[in-house]
Ligand binder design. Structure first.
Ligand code: GLN
Length: 284
């Protein structure tokens, strides 16, 4: 008899052999998705026989994970800042690290304040959705050059009931003309140095869109572009909040300083790495 327990055990071995660290946890998530059972439901049926249909679905998903497809793509959703977001190859997978960037932005937006927040390179829409969900008076604009990512952002915003307060501008940040409306601009731009891309995990390297990762020779290309645009177009008193790579705090703060931003701040992610940097356009 093929029990849930037996399939979970062999599945865990298979994933471990494929080089996946958190194999036990992941295999349970896959079985939950394949069976429709909750975490506790799965525990209570451990010694039962797995129906064929469930076993087939489980095997199919497991094969994809063995081939190092990201778990989030296989499940089709991921959780970010307490929200369930649709997740597929159209945009960068929302990372837990990015939650501290949301946290930083929320600290800069007083509760009850009506302002517009723009998210440059919104991707899945995760940063924007998390801000809007936590600041009911805020309106949001997601700027996204990739039509595929823009469609995913729209789906996520509407699925979360945020579409009345959000719009997605499909075009590059250089083409976006609405800077003067924004009280805060947030961005998680591509920031991996081109030469580093090859050393990323297969999940990232082959399944996240390259345009969301590749930050040019020194990884700072997008920051230079955005800071230049913000310096010319952002309204006085508005904030600019960035996600950064673990070793980019000095460089990005330096770029903000050179562009005469002020009131700098930074924060770390749960792993203790610098992850967010922000500054304010001075009042004239
Ligand atoms: N944090 C992502 C990674 O290291 C990169 C995201 C980005 O370039 N914006 O995989």
């Amino acid at each position: 008899m093929r029990t849930y327990k037996a399939l979970l055990r062999t599945g865990t071995q298979d994933l471990r052999e494929a080089g996946i660290e958190d194999a036990g946890h992941e295999v349970r998530r896959i079985m939950m998705a394949a069976s429709g059972l909750s975490r506790t439901g799965l525990i209570s049926v451990e010694m039962d026989e797995v129906p064929n249909q469930v076993a087939d679905r489980f095997a199919g998903m497991l094969r994809k994970r063995q081939a190092r497809q990201p778990l989030q793509h296989i499940l089709g959703t991921t959780e970010f800042y307490g929200l369930e977001l649709l997740c597929d190859a159209r945009a960068l997978i929302p990372r837990p690290d990015s939650e501290v960037v949301v946290e930083a932005a929320l600290h800069l937006i007083p509760e009850g304040e009506a302002m517009t927040v723009a998210d440059l390179g919104t991707g899945s829409g995760c940063l924007l959705a998390a801000i809007l969900a936590n600041r009911p008076k805020v309106r949001g604009i997601g700027v996204e050059a990739s039509p595929e990512a823009a469609s995913l952002a729209r789906e996520n915003l509407s699925r979360l009931g945020l579409e009345d307060r959000a719009s997605v501008f499909e075009g590059s940040w250089a083409d976006w003309q609405d800077w003067s409306s924004a009280g805060l601009v947030i961005s998680n731009p591509p920031y991996i140095a081109s030469a580093e891309i090859a050393s990323l995990s297969p999940e990232v390297r082959t399944h996240d869109p390259m345009a969301a990762l590749d930050g040019g020779d020194d990884g700072l290309f997008a920051y230079r572009e955005i800071i230049k645009l913000a310096s010319g177009n952002l309204k006085p008193g508005a904030w600019l909040v960035f996600e950064i790579g673990y070793d980019q705090k000095e460089a990005v703060s330096g770029l903000l300083e050179a562009a005469e931003f002020s009131e700098f701040g930074s924060s770390k992610d749960l792993g203790g790495n610098d992850r967010a940097v922000w500054g304010r356009k001075p009042e004239k």
